[in-house]
Design a protein around this ligand. Structure first.
Ligand code: ADP
Length: 169
């Protein structure tokens, strides 16, 4: 929210569009890291025109994986999901942009990669739900919640990209 205030002060011509600026948490899961897909996946969000606000390689502790996926606690696949997410390092990313939450979900594709459209990350790079290479927040509220969960203060950067006027009118 502080970032919005800054943008209003320094970029008054962007005020209308800044209303829809959102934050989302994107995570390259352990299979994406192991398969050498970090650059490929990161690049898709970068090329689309979203702004990276946080980035780290991180071995996720079990407690954090459980907190992140707490809504799925009652699902039969929950223990397997926690094993998967903690099975190796993940890449944690914060991305910012106009409509970034829903747009990132579209770039990622359906949960089951066999149902994901070609051109999406899961459609192009994965085959199984239990190995679907990437996570993306499902709502702006969850975007904020998950960024707060995975990043400490000081690990995120508020910055102005020179390309912004060429992406948002
Ligand atoms: P998404 O990641 O597309 O938002 P969900 O929130 O429904 O999907 O599920 C979170 C994650 O849990 C999925 O990305 C996947 O890794 C795992 N998952 C979901 N359903 C299953 C399943 N039936 N079997 C194994 N893993 C699953």
């Amino acid at each position: 929210p502080k970032r919005h205030i800054k943008a209003r002060i320094f970029l008054p011509h962007l005020v209308a569009s800044m209303e829809e600026v959102e934050q989302t948490y994107i995570m390259i899961k352990p299979d994406g890291v192991q398969r050498g897909l970090v650059g490929e996946i990161l690049s898709r969000f970068e090329k689309k025109g979203f702004k990276l606000t946080g980035l780290k390689l991180f071995q996720c502790p079990k407690e954090l994986a459980e907190e992140h996926y707490k809504d799925l606690q009652s699902k039969p696949f929950f223990p397997k999901l926690i094993d998967y997410i903690t099975s190796g390092p993940v890449v944690c990313m914060g991305w910012e942009g106009v409509g970034v939450v829903a747009s990132a979900r579209k770039l990622i594709g359906a949960t089951n990669p066999l149902n994901a459209e070609p051109g999406t990350i899961r459609g192009d790079l994965a085959v199984q739900t239990g190995r679907n290479v990437v996570h993306g927040s499902d709502s702006p509220d969850n975007g904020k919640r998950e960024i707060g969960l995975w990043f400490k203060e000081g690990e995120l950067c508020a910055w102005t990209a020179v390309q912004e006027p060429w992406l948002v009118e």
